[in-house]
Design a protein around this ligand. Structure first.
Ligand SMILES: O=P(O)(O)OC[C@H]1O[C@H](O)[C@H](O)[C@@H](O)[C@@H]1O
Length: 537
């Protein structure tokens, strides 16, 4: 499939695709997007869009922060500080994680509220660590809790937090005020860039640059593609990818299976997942991106009829797709991110939705807060099987179910054969409990349906929007527990363990109240995850 173009598309319905492309070119959508025309998504989205379009110029405007970031990196290195940890959720951490992985640069990302995961990162090499606290709103509870734990750890180790804590946030946010008062370094981001479109803003650049990525190259690669992306012609790769996604979704091909041709994968699909799922998964419509790892994984090699296949990375290893809906995307990282952002904004226009809000993310946060405040009924297990407590949300578990295997079979029995998907949601420690990722492939084989896998709470800021706001086609398998020791959140009335428990219960509560079946398997000890694999897969 190799060509010099960054995107190659194969539409399953050529006439419908051509008609959409014709309309996009005729309506001058590309030129208007780069001129920041906030009317492109209809009257209901105008107000939001009017303050969300500065990302189209970041390849140029972000140059101003390259030098200050380099200066800060030099100062840290002079003090022997060479380990960079990034605390942030969703749009505030996914981009730097993939930028650094792609560049082969070490960056430790902490986007968890699991007590063991938080403790492990904080307890490692504190003496040579600097911490980036990234939050656009400055109010995300996970990030605030991580900030508190890290600040306390520095104080306990007689290290002045002001020498180690670096903040990225919007000007005037509560985090900006807090950090400025304490004399911490603060990088203020452009408030007219939304979280998931912020890869080339301070949110993407500060952690990546401090860790050692060459930011000029990243921005140069993106800038080189701008003239192509703003051109109103049928060969525009951003218009093509956007039209492909939206027309496929309109025809019921609304899962986008993403395979990486790089070995090892650099995690690019996790970034795409957030961008596409939060931007399009709302009002009962949308595109569900499913990160399957490689192009030889189940769901990619044996795609369902409602799946579009997208391979990312070098063409070697990309499958030869000659039928169905598919695409191959290959460009340097900065350019590839910009192509996807343009494509997502274009798909939003074609689907008739606002690609800049995430209305259903908040519902899960509210429910988690209510759990922590004790305002919601406690979630009691339906039954216990050995070391596993089994909970359900939604009224779907057959009477008399008494084993994990039976409950899983009943959940999978709810899967629609034509459009259903299963989301595995792991509220676990991403490093220690990596074995649980095997469940995705095993369940994809077992069900022959699209299966997504998400680490919590990361996915709550990503595909979580689609799960609650997209079409009601999903069934949900939560895996929780497996903690060795809880950890206090300094000066807060809850622990990390209580917080992540409330997040699982809160999200399940919202899903269940919308008639979407949830099965929660609460595993007593980390060792229990291995046996779970036998019952589930
Ligand atoms: O950067 P923050 O304000 O902390 O937000 C972090 C993330 O959380 C929110 O819940 C949104 O769903 C995401 O789009 C956002 O990227």
């Amino acid at each position: 499939m190799r060509t010099e173009a960054p995107v190659q598309v194969i539409p399953g319905d050529r006439p419908a695709f051509d008609a959409a492309m014709h309309d996009l070119v005729q309506d001058r959508v590309a030129g208007r997007l780069f001129a920041r025309d906030h009317t492109l998504w209809g009257p209901a989205a105008e107000s939001e869009a009017s303050k969300r379009l500065a990302w189209v110029d970041l390849a140029r405007t972000s140059r101003a922060i390259v030098e200050p970031i380099a200066a800060r990196r030099q100062a840290l290195q002079a003090d022997g500080i060479d380990r960079i940890v990034l605390c942030g959720m969703g749009g505030s951490s996914l981009a730097p994680e993939v930028i650094c992985a792609d560049a082969g640069v070490d960056l430790v990302v902490l986007d968890s509220s699991h007590p063991d995961a938080v403790r492990d990162v904080i307890d490692t090499d504190l003496a040579r660590t600097a911490v980036v606290i990234a939050s656009k709103s400055g109010g995300t509870v996970e990030t605030d809790s991580q900030r508190r734990a890290y600040e306390q750890a520095f104080i306990d180790a007689d290290i002045d937090p002001a020498t180690r804590m670096i903040v990225v946030t919007d000007p005037g946010s509560p985090l900006d005020e807090f950090a400025t008062e304490r004399g911490w370094t603060v990088f203020r981001a452009d408030p007219e860039v939304g979280g998931r479109y912020s890869a080339l803003s301070a949110f993407g650049l500060v952690p990546s640059g401090l860790a050692g990525v060459d930011l000029e190259v990243l921005l140069d690669d993106a800038a080189a593609l701008v003239p192509v992306l703003q051109d109103d012609v049928p060969s525009n790769p951003g218009l093509q990818l956007g039209a492909l996604m939206a027309v496929a979704a309109r025809e019921g091909v609304d899962k986008m299976v993403l395979g990486d041709t790089r070995t090892p994968s650099v995690g690019f699909a996790a970034w795409v997942e957030q961008l596409v799922a939060e931007s399009t998964g709302k009002d009962g419509t949308g595109i569900l991106p499913i990160d399957v790892g490689s192009t030889s994984a189940p769901n990619f090699v044996d795609a369902t009829n409602d799946s579009m296949l997208v391979s990312c990375g070098p063409a070697e290893g990309a499958p030869d797709a000659s039928s169905g809906w598919s695409a191959h995307v290959d460009a340097p990282m900065g350019a590839q991110m910009l192509v996807w952002e343009v494509a997502t904004a274009v798909a939003g226009r074609l689907l008739g939705i606002n690609p800049f809000d995430q209305p259903d993310v908040e519902s899960a946060k509210d429910a988690a807060r209510a759990m922590l405040d004790g305002d919601t009924e406690t979630w009691t297990p339906d039954f216990v099987d050995g070391d596993v407590q089994v909970f359900t949300a939604g009224d779907w578990l057959p009477d008399g179910t008494s084993t994990v295997a039976e409950a899983v079979r009943a959940l999978l029995g709810r899967l629609d054969d034509e459009h259903g998907y299963l989301a595995v949601q792991a509220y676990l420690d991403r490093d220690r409990d990596a074995v649980v990722t095997d469940l995705r492939d095993a369940l994809a084989r077992r069900t022959s349906r699209p299966v997504s896998f998400g680490w919590a709470p990361r996915f709550l800021h990503s595909t979580g929007q689609y799960h609650k706001g997209g079409p009601a086609q999903g069934v949900y398998l939560q895996v929780t527990g497996a903690q060795t020791q809880d950890l206090a959140v300094p000066d807060r009335p809850f622990t990390f363990g209580e917080f992540i428990g409330a997040q699982a219960a809160g999200d399940a509560h919202v899903l269940g109240s919308r008639g979407r079946p949830v099965l929660r398997l609460h595993v007593g000890k980390p060792e229990g995850l291995a046996t779970l694999r036998e019952d589930v897969g």
